[in-house]
Design a protein around this ligand. Structure first.
Ligand code: GDP
Length: 594
């Protein structure tokens, strides 16, 4: 308990809304606003009386004042139907599998996606379609498969990481002439942490130097044992160039999908994820949505990311107008007020009013002061992250949006620190902070640092429950500055000793094991009881002690200055002799920085 007095130890219940003004919050608790603002400050939240704080922040601060904060039921109209996929629902039906293609750069992901698309999108339809909308669908054995097809090379790796989360099956592409490479391993990790089933496509088998056995050997070493080697990872040799093996690859994907048996409720309000968005000169904000549950139709109201709107038009991946988009179907929609971001959730709501109310609440929330965003890590948080040893280490998990920024971050982080303190990269990867990042952070006592990525609500909750600290950045230098500050806080403080006075020992009156009563003359400076001292014999230090009391003219004295004689009672075990010098010092510890 900090600056708060509690009448009794029992927590009083207080119902609060999701967002509350600081002054109202103080009012409801019956505590002065100044105290609440101060407590917020103690927790790293700089909020003024009129600013709003979110529920989680209010819960933590409320607890400091002895309240158990309970969420007020929200008005129904405030909350859009979440309609999450409930595979146990009686209404759940099998939906097409969603497939992501992942792997090392240049191993042929784009070529493979293009070849599959060319070979399997009904003839005549694919011609002329050059625009990638983030996903497409193919038909194989009269069944539909949705492929996530991430456009653009720039954010490529991050998109792939997102892809793993959205997919049911991941195709890990490995070039037969190059083998398992760092990004292959990274892709395997992404898929594993997203709990996605994997199929390996050994690509470029048409090339000289293709060596499937070597690839299989390396896959086994990376933890994926091929099924023909007694493991459970199907490996299909393919060539994106000659299209050899593509049929087989799709068959295997369908087999794996049968085991996963992805389901969705087709009848409920639609929910899903934004897979692409751009501003179209004619149509305004245009977004590609991948429906995950329910059925979306033109005219529906949706909320997406930080925006909302009524769907004016809806096209499929071939640019054809459609009347509905069912689960696993990508749809290009116009009508949103603003651009949602890649990876944002969308949810269908029943009316314009719900969408608008939600939007207003969302805006309020975004201007809300919160512990999550305004978080400053304290030295206790940081010390939790230290692995004891000769060198103090700050364990970090680094997540970034692109391979390029991740690499430059990792390189820079390695350079922060010295021979006493350093950063230990527990793990690193692309994409948003996930549950497994938080779990890894718990296991390794690490903190999670994100660059140009985000964290969703449930993972944020998990981080709080598990006591894991994370911080998100948009500027690399700010991240590095923080890390430098945290490492500095781990440096042992510097001991600074200042000489205040010297005294020459002129008489010895009484010596016990722990104490000496002596007389002497102050040569320089001023001495006062309580000072620490060093005892020098012929210029060499023989011990240390503390001045217990002082006497001047047989009277207790508060200080004795240069040129004066005095009696001293010194706590020390050191042998003191006549003519020794006592050097009186002040010792301070001062924080160091890198
Ligand atoms: P990505 O970076 O993984 O998307 O790789 P790309 O699809 O851009 O392919 C990289 C290079 O490999 C390109 O020059 C492709 O033409 C080539 N490539 C891709 N697949 C094959 C294949 O099966 N055989 C051969 N010979 N070349 C391929």
């Amino acid at each position: 308990m900090s600056n708060v007095d509690l009448a009794n130890n029992e927590a009083k219940q207080l119902n609060l809304p999701q967002v509350i003004r600081v002054s109202d919050f103080a009012d409801r608790m019956g505590v002065s606003v100044a105290k609440v603002v101060a407590e917020l400050m103690n927790n790293g939240v700089m909020a003024t009386v009129n600013e709003q704080i979110d529920f989680d922040t209010a819960s933590i601060i409320g607890a400091e004042f002895g309240f158990e904060i309970v969420a007020e039921p929200e008005g129904e109209e405030q909350r859009p139907n979440t309609g999450r996929v409930n595979r146990d629902s009686n209404l759940a039906q099998t939906r097409p599998p969603i497939v992501a293609v992942m792997g090392h750069v240049d191993h042929g992901k784009t070529s493979l996606l293009d070849s599959i698309r060319e070979s399997n999108v009904a003839a005549g339809e694919s011609g002329g379609i050059t625009q990638h909308i983030g996903a497409y669908q193919v038909t194989k054995n009269k069944r539909t498969i949705t492929f996530l097809d991430t456009p653009g090379h720039e954010a490529f790796s991050a998109l792939r990481a997102h892809g793993a989360k959205r997919a049911d099956v991941a195709i890990i592409v490995v070039a037969a002439d190059d083998g398992v490479k760092p990004q292959t391993k990274e892709a395997i990790e992404h898929a594993k942490s997203a709990g996605v089933s994997m199929v390996v496509a050994i690509n470029k088998i048409d090339k000289d130097g293709a060596d499937q056995d070597r690839v299989k050997q390396e896959l086994s070493e990376a933890g994926l044992t091929p099924d023909d080697w007694g493991g459970d990872t199907p490996c299909v040799p393919v060539s994106a160039k000659t299209k050899a093996g593509l049929d087989k690859l799709l068959d295997v994907v369908l087999l794996v999908a049968d085991i996963v048996d992805p389901k969705a409720d087709f009848e409920t309000l639609s929910t899903g994820v934004v897979i692409e968005s751009h501003l179209d000169t004619g149509r305004g904000p245009v977004a590609s949505l991948l429906v995950q549950n329910g059925t979306l139709r033109p005219g529906d109201w949706i909320v997406a990311g930080n925006t909302y709107g009524k769907l004016r038009s809806m096209d499929n991946f071939l640019g054809q107008k459609i009347k509905q988009a069912t689960p696993a179907m990508p749809a290009v929609v116009a009508g949103l007020k603003d651009l949602p971001a890649f990876g944002d959730w969308f949810e269908q709501v029943q009316s314009e009013k719900i969408a608008k109310d939600w939007f207003i609440a969302q805006q309020r929330k975004n201007s809300t002061k919160s512990l999550n965003t305004a978080k400053t890590m304290t030295s206790t948080d940081i010390s939790k992250a230290v692995v004891d040893g000769r060198v103090k280490e700050l364990g970090v998990i680094v997540k970034a949006d692109t391979q390029g920024s991740l690499e430059s971050l990792l390189n820079s982080l390695e350079l922060v620190g010295n021979d006493e303190v350093r950063v230990k990269i527990v793990s690193s990867g692309l994409g948003d902070i996930t549950e497994s990042d938080i779990n890894a952070a718990v296991a390794a006592h690490a903190i999670v640092l994100g660059f140009n990525i985000s964290i969703n609500g449930p993972v944020n909750q998990l981080s709080k429950r598990s006591g894991v600290d994370f911080k998100l950045y948009k500027i690399i230098y700010e991240l590095l500055d923080d890390v430098r500050d945290w490492l500095s806080s781990l440096l042992a403080p510097e001991e600074i000793e200042t000489e205040l006075a010297q005294l020459k020992v002129l008489g010895l009156f009484k010596t016990t094991k722990q104490k000496v009563v002596t007389g002497g003359k102050v040569i320089t400076g001023k001495i006062t009881p309580g000072l620490e001292l060093k005892i020098l014999h012929a210029g060499k230090q023989v011990g240390e002690g503390k001045l217990l009391s002082l006497q001047k003219d047989k009277q207790a004295a508060k200080e004795v200055t240069e040129g004066e004689e005095c009696g001293l009672e010194v706590a020390t075990a050191a042998p003191i002799e006549l003519n020794d010098t006592m050097v009186f010092v002040k010792r301070e510890s001062r924080a160091r920085s890198l």
